[in-house]
Ligand binder design. Structure first.
Ligand code: C2E
Ligand code: MG
Ligand code: MG
Ligand code: MG
Length: 279
């Protein structure tokens, strides 16, 4: 069928498909040694308490500097890692990095400082051993579970298998908090918020981007915030880029904000310095 589109089209099409398959295989191969070769790093994006202006939390985001391909986005390589058990190794490493930073910040700046870590559904699915090793890492640093918020997506909550949902409960048993990431882009069922005892709702950047007075996005954000508060959740708005967006969100009662307006994701040392200056 593709051939009927004409020589050039066929050629071009098959070429790009081939190219992306090759790149994916390349990423898969190279990612296996990326940790050992110190090509991975964790950056942290500050999460600001909107009414006080204080940075009380930060989200850990993994970075890959490939020796020849340059910066590869997690949006591209996380799915590659998820296709094998590699995501477990990377996820464990990110967790350990994040709590080491949290331990320092809790000692020096803010005793309640919290780091959030993204955990994909695949990490729950492949995690046969449970979370005992995470509990041990926390214990070694004498940190309470509350030091960490795990960011999950609605896809996980829609999982029907109990053994996967039970894993979420295990994290909660360890005292960790749970944030529902990218809220508003999926099914956004209110029932989940209630059923799974979620602590934070993260409003997706797509809503924040188009928030302006009188916009339907503003109404939607306001509705999400009212609903979340009624259910006892705190709200974090993602992707705040302008003062105007920040002011709007503050005026409708949003608790926390995260976005380029405050800071891009930055290395641990930079966050350390940033906190020294602002707190
Ligand atoms: P996410 O968890 O929703 O993370 C927020 C993304 O929005 C980050 O992209 C962040 O850099 C970006 N962002 C933050 N503020 C702004 C803003 O004001 N404007 C714009 N345009 N973007 C903003 P990033 O770091 O590229 O990560 C993409 C996704 O990759 C994350 O989305 C998360 O789903 C996944 N990811 C990143 N690190 C990890 C990890 O350690 N483990 C797992 N499982 N997934 C990860
Ligand atoms: Mg996240
Ligand atoms: Mg998000
Ligand atoms: Mg997002």
């Amino acid at each position: 069928a593709a051939k009927r589109l004409g020589g050039n089209t066929f050629h071009y099409y098959s070429h790009t498909l081939q190219e992306s398959a090759t790149r994916r295989m390349r990423l898969d191969t190279d990612l296996r040694s990326a940790l050992e070769n110190q090509q991975l790093a964790v950056h942290y994006q500050p999460i600001v308490h909107l009414s006080s202006g204080k940075i009380q939390k930060a989200e850990a985001l993994v970075r890959w500097q490939h020796p020849t391909l340059g910066f590869v986005s997690p949006a591209e390589f996380i799915p590659v890692a998820e296709a094998s058990a590699l995501i477990i190794k990377i996820g464990d490493w990110v967790f350990q990095q994040a709590i080491m930073l949290a331990a320092q910040l809790r000692a020096v700046h803010d005793a309640d400082f919290q780091v959030s870590v993204n955990v994909s559904p695949v990490q729950f699915r492949l995690n046969r051993e449970g979370w005992q090793h995470w509990a041990e890492h926390l214990a070694r640093l004498k940190l309470p579970g509350k030091t960490v918020a795990v960011e999950i997506t609605e896809g996980l909550l829609m999982e029907s298998r109990d053994e996967i949902l039970n894993q979420l409960l295990l994290l909660r048993d360890m005292g960790m908090q749970v944030a529902l990431d990218d809220f508003g882009t999926g099914y956004s069922s209110l029932a989940y918020l209630q059923k799974f005892d979620i602590d934070y709702l993260k409003i997706d950047r797509a809503f924040v981007q188009n928030i302006s007075s009188g916009s339907s996005e503003l109404s939607l954000c306001e509705a999400m915030i009212v609903m979340a508060h009624k259910l006892g959740l705190k709200v974090i708005a993602e992707g705040i880029e302008t003062e105007e967006q920040c002011n709007m969100l503050r005026s409708i009662g949003c608790d926390y904000g995260q976005g380029f307006l405050f800071s891009r994701p930055i290395p641990a040392n930079d966050l350390y310095e940033l906190l020294g200056r602002t707190l």
